[in-house]
Write a protein that binds this ligand. Structure first.
Ligand code: NAD
Length: 433
């Protein structure tokens, strides 16, 4: 099939590349000239394991190309996938300006029947609004289909090529057929729904996963008070098939470009329908507090933090990505700076993106783990990158001014800590601390 993908961010680029890998002819479109120029030069504007190799392969095979020209691309395609950003407005609602702009441009370009698939996460009713907007701007036939995206950064290619399920929200038989045909080689689990239910499935899924995280974090906080170990509790819970083991890792809470904004947006969607989503409000509240455990513990162990040097290991909101959008590291570093700390930061991949968001004279940019430990009064591990798991902790202890180590992701086993003299604190594991 001939496909245009609008937006070459984490979702659009990966989806476009994967659809080309499946044998389709894909044109990836973005209004960001820098990103498209990079891609044309063979550079990849985001970090995602395996992506560069797949891009190179499919460009070479003539199945994948990049352009800023939306109109030509739309006219050459039977399927148009919208994957532009839907960030939060200050009140928590989704900002639909990018998707509306894309829809307008698509409408002005349509020259014959097109199936327009929305992968961007949009509030319930948005696809109907987009369809109405396009309808008012073109006389040519089209259908709008909601195909929400569930990939995770860091494993996006695998998630796209081997999804748990594909949701197709449409009220049009021809569009349903095209959407099913496009995804049929990926999975047998293709669920066709009405458009509104498809939009809701995405928000409900993310809200549920966020709830699991905040739930286990609250259990962790209680474990600390009653002397139980949250990792054992989570293991015991997760073996119950009704519960499942994933998203039960206690830590400093969720971040990233999806959970924080999608939970806020769902609270707003409910509120706009005169329903107060009390449970989800609590999930968000718990998450906002959880990251401050790190700072509270530093203060417990070090007293006044003014003039203290703190190492920060990991800035990305999760491992294997360069994405720092809404990462807990941002608020933690900003708060420590306000308290007068010198911060030595290190992340194997996300450091440049972090520098664009937080830049301050108190930050020392380090290019190795050890560098971000030397002369520190305390170190905080915020992202569970593999290289942190493998580090020689006894050596780290020697490099530090004081041996205070806050593990915000419960990375180290008790035995590893016992070999050291670290004054160690993790989340919900009083016996290990
Ligand atoms: P992103 O910010 O990384 O990328 C969006 C891209 O769209 C940018 O490159 C931007 O320049 C481009 N764009 C904006 N308006 C445009 C226009 N009118 N024409 C052409 N290009 C335009 O966003 P993302 O993280 O890929 O997320 C995209 C959508 O997918 C969001 O709605 C998000 O909620 C959803 N989603 C994201 C993830 C994820 O892990 N990132 C997972 C599932 C769903």
């Amino acid at each position: 099939m001939n496909i245009s993908v609008i937006g070459v961010g984490y979702v659009g680029l990966v989806s476009g590349v994967c659809f080309s890998e499946l044998g389709n002819k894909v044109i990836c479109v973005d209004k960001d000239i820098t990103k498209i120029e990079m891609l044309k030069r063979g550079e990849v504007p985001i970090y995602e394991p395996g992506l560069k190799e797949l891009i190179d392969k499919n460009v070479k095979a003539g199945r994948l190309s990049f352009t800023n020209e939306l109109s030509e691309s739309v006219q050459a395609s039977e399927i148009i996938i919208i994957a532009v950003g839907t960030p939060s407005l200050p009140n928590g609602e989704a900002n639909l300006q990018y998707i509306e702009q894309a829809a307008r441009e698509i409408a002005l370009a349509i020259n014959e029947y097109k199936v327009i698939m929305t992968k961007s996460t949009v509030p319930v009713g948005t696809n109907e609004k987009i369809a109405q907007m396009i309808y008012e701007l073109t006389e040519h036939p089209f259908d709008v289909v909601s195909v929400p995206e569930f990939l995770r950064e860091g494993s996006a290619i695998k998630d796209t090529l081997y999804p748990d399920r594909i949701i197709i929200g449409t009220d049009s038989k021809p569009a349903e057929q095209k959407a099913v045909e496009l995804h049929s080689t990926l999975t047998d689990q293709i669920i066709v729904t009405d458009i509104r239910s498809a939009e809701m499935i995405k928000y409900a899924s993310n809200a549920f996963l966020a709830t699991k995280i905040s739930f286990i974090n609250e259990i962790a906080n209680i474990c600390e008070k009653v002397n139980a170990d949250v990792t054992l509790v989570a293991k015991g819970m997760g073996l119950d098939k009704r519960i499942g083991p994933s998203f039960l890792n206690a830590g400093i809470g969720y971040g990233g470009s999806c959970f924080p904004k999608d939970t806020e947006a769902l609270i707003q969607i409910a509120g706009n329908a005169n329903y107060e989503f009390k449970l989800l409000k609590s999930v968000v509240e718990v998450n906002k507090h959880q990251r401050f455990n790190v700072i509270n513990k530093l203060e417990d162990l070090l007293g006044n933090l003014s003039s203290k040097t703190i190492g920060i290991w990991g800035l990305a909101f999760k491992p294997n990505t360069d994405d720092v959008r809404d990462a807990p590291s941002i608020e933690i570093v900003e708060t420590l700076i306000k308290k007068g700390c010198i911060i030595k930061v290190y992340d194997p991949i996300a450091i440049n993106n972090f520098r664009k968001v937080v830049n301050h004279e108190n930050i020392v940019w380090c290019d190795s783990i050890t560098d971000a430990a030397i002369d520190c009064h305390g170190v905080c591990l915020l992202t569970e990158w593999n290289e942190f798991k493998e580090v020689d902790l006894k050596n780290i202890e020697k490099l530090m001014k004081l041996p205070v180590f806050i593990d915000g992701r419960n990375v180290y086993a008790k035995e590893r800590i016992e070999e050291t003299g670290l004054n160690y604190y993790s989340i919900g594991r009083p016996d290990v601390n």
